[in-house]
Design a protein around this ligand. Structure first.
Ligand code: ADP
Ligand code: MG
Length: 224
């Protein structure tokens, strides 16, 4: 099943009297169980592509579908609902809640969903990411790289069917970056998720099933 599908999607921004074509007309799809990387230089349109996939913004033309159903053409409210149920976002700025400890950043998701906290799942994720010992710390007591890993744990905790990660390893050292990519690959395969990871780190793409290159708003599948 196609988890995400772009049907001739483009995105334009007006800058004074010039039009910026951040994403040129694009057809794309990712299946469940597939781990896709998008690489490309800064300003090439990667974040635009990812936020369109997650419905944080809507196309100028074309349509984005999720699980073979309408998404970009739904109302803002309906999009949020689908996003909340299906998508785990890992953004570069980790956006943690300053007055909650690391473990409570994860339980926050339960509060919203009115479900019981899954202590085992929290412990497992924090251990996998090497931050189990930081459970009781607040965001301003841990490093940038550690905060990034908390944000990753929070995105995975909800068990979304789609993971969208925008440079998730940007503030991590090499070992941690590989760890994170391995976790994303494992989640994708074992739980049949669809994952798109934007990165400019060539070393990380060995773990991905397909690699796309973004250049000047044009998304192209990498061959070889
Ligand atoms: P990347 O993530 O690859 O660095 P972006 O998708 O952020 O690239 O940006 C692609 C292009 O679109 C850039 O030229 C950027 O300046 C422009 N752009 C992105 N978002 C906006 C916006 N909200 N308003 C105007 N221009 C934008
Ligand atoms: Mg970006």
């Amino acid at each position: 099943m196609k988890a995400i599908e772009f049907l001739t999607v483009d995105k334009q921004f007006l800058d004074g009297d010039t039009t910026i074509e951040a994403l040129k007309p694009t057809n794309f799809s990712v299946e469940k169980g597939q781990f896709v990387a998008v690489i490309g230089p800064s300003g090439s349109g990667k974040s635009t592509f990812l936020t369109l996939a997650g419905g944080l913004q809507t196309p100028t033309n074309g349509e984005v579908k999720i699980n073979d159903e309408a998404f970009s053409q739904e109302s803002e409210k309906q999009r949020s609902k689908i996003r909340f149920a299906e998508i785990g976002f890992i953004l570069q700025a980790s956006n943690l809640v300053p007055f909650l400890t690391v473990e409570k950043q994860l339980y926050l998701v339960d509060k919203v969903q009115k479900e019981k906290a899954n202590v085992d799942k929290v412990n497992e994720l924090l251990t996998q990411l090497g931050i189990e010992h930081l459970k009781k710390k607040y965001p301003d007591e841990i490093s940038g790289g550690e905060r990034q890993r908390v944000a990753i744990a929070r995105a995975l905790y909800n068990d979304p069917s789609i993971i969208l990660a925008d440079e998730p390893t940007a503030s991590l050292d090499s070992d941690r970056a590989f760890e994170v990519v391995k976790i994303l690959a494992k989640e994708t395969k074992e739980k049949n998720k669809a994952t798109i990871m934007v990165t400019h780190d060539q070393r990380l793409i060995d773990y991905c099933d397909e690699v796309f290159i973004m250049k000047d708003g044009v998304l192209e599948k990498q061959t070889s």
